[in-house]
Design a protein around this ligand. Sequence first.
Ligand code: SAM
Ligand code: SF4
Length: 362
Amino acid sequence: MTDSFNRIIDYLRISVTDRCNLRCVYCMPPNGVRPVPHSEILSFEEILRLAGIMAGLGIRKIKVTGGEPLTRRGTVDFIRRLKKTEGIEKVTITSNGVLLDACLEELVEAGIDGINISLDSLDRETFTRVTRGGSGDFARLQNLLGRVKNLSARESGRRVPRKQGCPPDGAAARRPVSIKINCVPLRGINEEGLVNLAAIAKDSNIAVRFIELMPLGCAAGLEFIPGREVAAILEKTFGELKPFFEKLGEGPAVYYSLEGFQGKIGFINPLSHNFCETCSRLRLGSTGILIPCLACEKGLDLRTRLRGGAGDEALAQAIAELVSLKPARHAFGAKEDKNAAARGDCAAGAARENQGMFKIGG
Ligand code: SAM
Ligand code: SF4
């Protein structure tokens, strides 16, 4: 499916919960949020139905996110079922890693194609500061890191559905699970440890990515470090970052190689380099609101339609209409930009800045 700016929309991010076991300073308020009652959250059955309808419209890749997706019971099994949805080619997950150690093998066996782990520091004190007290989880993450390094190195042992002629009959194709570490660099908080984080990519096939802080919710009081500044810090220690043009995922990250590194270094720079013109995403919130852009405050209420008995065709039509309304670009950090409306920017961008990412799914 394409939107009115001719962008192909084939990527859906599904937030399965807005609850989380951490309280990252840039995402959640210190005391958490009032949990949304279970009755207001889409059941996995409902999400699977929507995923099937959207696959029929052209969605091919799905990211499972949250809140922390692994805090919801049944997420791994849900992923297994998503993978079986006709038309869906890739299912990946973004997690803070705390509960990942316990279900890593199960996830791989369920067919997960990629695992993104959010980790902002390898230093216990800094990690505790960023997560507002997650020090008890730090050891678990250290253990997890060792395991995912191995996972990224070995073939996962999963069978890849055979496409005609490749691989030859009888041969079982196997592919590794893609592992990425995501870090949000924060001025005066974790900047000293960025080099250590990047070094994870030296002796493992893990991509380490640096994401510019977006001014949402409690992130508003924090200072972002532009991607180019992070790049300069890394180059001082590791030498020149050389552009790497192969595609490593579905998102807007730009990748680089470093001499002697097995893994790549990635940058996601939504503020310093707007990449909306290549955006292929829709976002389904845990309560069933589908939004066409991170910056859009209002979206399509699919829960009410689902529970009101709407048929697949009516749902598909409503989703296609929403896609046609996808704005040209977000307006974060551009409150004063007089050209925003003329460009077709999301008008709600400024209002959206009051919400945390845990509600939107990153
Ligand atoms: N809990 C999971 C996790 O942390 O990976 C999934 C949800 S989290 C909202 C998804 C991603 O959004 C994480 O990589 C997190 O670092 C990122 N994120 C949260 N708030 C952000 C912000 N204000 N700016 C940029 N990235 C943010
Ligand atoms: Fe939770 Fe992820 Fe937000 Fe951190 S970034 S508070 S782990 S949802």
